[in-house]
Design a protein. Structure first.
Length: 119
């Protein structure tokens, strides 16, 4: 199982970034996918989540109106479009894949991609 994030970097306040998370080794279309943010010295927090077929999304209050989560089940990839970035958005962004059945919960994490918002 692999989740590989990309697209992070240094951006000025007000700028945009598009993060990608390429998945392999599991049936991507069966998993709920999420993005998490871990700011320096803080706990990891949920930013956005998208259902397995992409019909439902949810966002943290801090992300609403600025970030958009999407997925391409044909490409086994989930995206996070981040607009109007603020210095508080700085940190590591992690991709998460989760699926639950009556017998087991499957929970996978990527290694993260660094986003720095600074002038």
């Amino acid at each position: 199982v692999q989740l590989v994030e990309s697209g992070g970097g240094l951006v000025q306040p007000g700028g945009s970034l598009r993060l990608s998370c390429a998945a392999s080794g599991f049936t991507f279309s069966r998993y709920v996918m999420s993005w998490y943010h871990q700011a320096p010295g803080k706990e990891r927090e949920l930013v956005a989540v998208i259902s397995s077929v992409g019909g439902s999304t949810n966002y943290a209050d801090s992300a609403k109106g600025r970030f958009t989560i999407s997925r391409d089940n044909g490409e086994n990839t989930v995206y996070l479009q981040m607009n109007s970035l603020k210095p508080d958005d700085t940190g590591v962004y992690y991709c998460n894949a989760k699926m639950r059945n009556p017998y087991k919960e499957y929970d996978y994490w990527g290694q993260g991609t660094q986003v720095t918002v600074s002038s």
